[in-house]
Design a protein around this ligand. Structure first.
Ligand SMILES: Nc1nc2c(ncn2[C@@H]2O[C@H](COP(=O)(O)OP(=O)(O)OP(=O)(O)O)[C@@H](O)[C@H]2O)c(=O)[nH]1
Ligand SMILES: [Mg+2]
Length: 509
């Protein structure tokens, strides 16, 4: 065997420097040719791995540097305030194809938004039956025009229609319940599909939470496979971004129909008349008038649209998607490019879960936020938190807004306030729901839209003024984010104001 002088190593082996690693790495004096070839190969492999790690670090650093120039917009506010609906409006404006891809997957949510209130109506009927409650003054206003009922003369109490008999109502309702049982059974399967098995307590009214990317998961579960990822990756390591890629509605071949949605669709075709009959039943309308049954706006929207939603081959319209309700869990990041004056900037929109149990997940997103849109539903003056039935929802919004305004991590963020659900506020006031009854400090001000909205706006402005160390401007908008036309023009306005601030701070860097 021929021994050669020791070859240079890929690593530095300068033992003269006294480097202990060099000593350790030094090949043994008895190394054979074959061992040397293997060692050099090992060293070359290690160097390749090292180089690729270095390259990855360089790319990450570059991406991080670039991401520092991106706009990060947080949508904050209590549960049901309209954050995810606003996010859908951003998606419609800046990434409409992704909404197209998701369109069919929204059937699962919409069907759930029908099955769940049907169960709630039946449960409420079980609980209260048909006994009229003469104490509730809202009965006077809410009942007007409701089928099968009429008002007692004084205006403060309610009497059932003379043609109505509780015994026959009971029989009718029992028959309806039996005919609706397939829909009630489907509710559980729909919930399981949407939540992906996640069960979060305290979600209120028994509704379910979904994590970001549920659209992709519902398709994956429907077809027994995961969708391919062709969407944009998140640069944020705190959580993965929503992936709009993969096989969407368009790619759904005949052999790949979403079986659950198809099945529930068929059930709805069969029992749409029963759903309608239940919804319009005098006993149900009476419970609504007495405010024993309070259905949310989305439940009413879909129950009122039952014929359309139950028609064969139903595809959700954009309005349906905007009205569909599903609670956000954690924080969902949506990424899109926004161009203005020839400059394109990447925006990261963070849509957070607003329920009290979800709010701790917001904080990691605060320190590099460019802007916040705080969404406060002004129609909620007569509602209480699901998480804490003693807290009025407008009051909770104000307290939350105070925490956001005074948070030092957010002190440089551009601040926008959406006083949302103004359409529902209009409708409630038109029905005569009395603000003073729920917000005693409202006093004898007129129970009219302008007065009510100005009162709430003044409170939010006050909170902002008292917690405004940096003298930042508060941009306030009256919104109804289910209204696409007006919301998109407000988004354009918000985009411009965020850009102005962004360009100013970029100039300072
Ligand atoms: N009529 C009407 N409905 C609205 C408006 N804004 C939101 N909604 C509806 O209110 C429901 C709740 O809205 P979301 O956007 O899901 O609420 P969120 O703030 O994301 O709630 P969490 O995810 O639980 O924090 C949905 O069914 C929406 O369609 C509005 O301005 N007017
Ligand atoms: Mg949400």
């Amino acid at each position: 065997m021929i021994r050669t002088s020791r070859p240079p190593s890929v690593h530095s082996t300068n033992t003269e420097t006294g480097d202990p690693f060099a000593v350790l790495l030094r090949p043994p004096a008895t190394e054979t040719d074959h061992e040397r070839v293997l060692r050099l190969q090992r060293e070359a492999d290690a160097k390749r791995v090292n180089d690729s790690i270095d390259e990855q670090i360089r790319l990450d650093r570059e991406r991080y540097k670039k991401s520092k120039q991106d706009v990060k917009l947080l949508l904050l506010g209590q549960a049901e305030s309209g954050k995810s609906t606003l996010q859908k409006q951003f998606q419609l404006m800046y990434n409409p194809n992704s909404l197209e891809e998701e369109r069919l997957s929204w059937r699962t949510v919409i069907y759930y938004n029908i099955a769940r209130p049907v169960r709630r109506i039946l449960d409420t009927l079980d609980l209260y039956g048909d006994e009229p409650d003469l104490d509730d003054d809202d009965a006077f206003t809410a009942i007007s025009g409701s089928p099968g009922s009429r008002l007692a003369g004084s205006g403060q109490s309610f009497e059932p229609s003379s043609s109505f008999s509780p015994a026959s109502a009971d029989t009718q309702l029992a028959a309806l319940r039996a005919r609706l049982s397939p829909l009630l059974s489907a509710e559980l399967s729909l919930a399981e599909r949407l939540s992906g098995g996640v069960n979060v307590s305290g979600s209120g009214k028994g509704s379910i939470f979904v994590r970001s990317g549920w659209q992709a998961r519902t398709f994956g579960m429907a077809f027994g496979k995961a969708r391919t990822n062709s969407g944009r990756a998140s640069i944020d390591q705190r959580r993965p971004s929503v992936d709009y890629g993969g096989q969407g509605a368009d790619g759904q071949g005949e052999s790949e129909k979403d079986k659950l949605a198809e099945e529930v669709g068929k059930i709805l075709i069969e029992c749409q008349d029963d759903v309608r009959e239940l919804w319009q039943h005098p006993s149900v309308q009476r419970l609504r008038a007495r405010r024993k049954l309070k259905l949310e706006e989305w439940a009413e929207y879909f129950l009122n649209s039952i014929s359309r939603v139950s028609s064969p081959g139903y595809i959700p319209t954009t309005d349906d998607i905007l009205h569909a309700r599903i609670q956000t869990m954690g924080v969902a990041e949506h990424i899109f490019d926004v161009s203005l004056h020839g400059r394109t900037v990447t925006w990261h929109l963070f849509d957070v879960g607003g329920a009290r149990g979800q709010r701790h997940t917001w904080v990691p997103y605060f320190d590099d936020a460019t802007a916040i849109i705080f969404v406060a539903p002004v129609s909620a003056f007569d509602q209480y938190l699901d998480e804490d039935p003693r807290t009025n929802r407008v009051d909770d919004s104000l307290q939350l807004f105070k925490q956001i305004c005074s948070n030092p991590l957010l002190k440089n963020a551009h601040l926008v306030l959406f006083l949302n659900k103004t359409d529902i506020l209009h409708a409630k006031l038109a029905r005569g729901v009395n603000v003073k009854k729920y917000i005693t400090s409202y006093g004898d001000r007129p129970n009219e839209f302008d007065a009510v909205v100005n009162y709430f706006r003044a409170h939010f402005t006050q909170v902002h003024k008292r917690n405004n160390e940096n003298n930042r401007v508060l941009y306030t908008h009256l919104t109804s984010v289910v209204d696409t036309k007006t919301t998109q023009s407000i988004i354009t306005n918000v985009r411009d104001s965020i850009f102005r601030g962004y360009l100013k701070s970029a100039a300072l860097v």
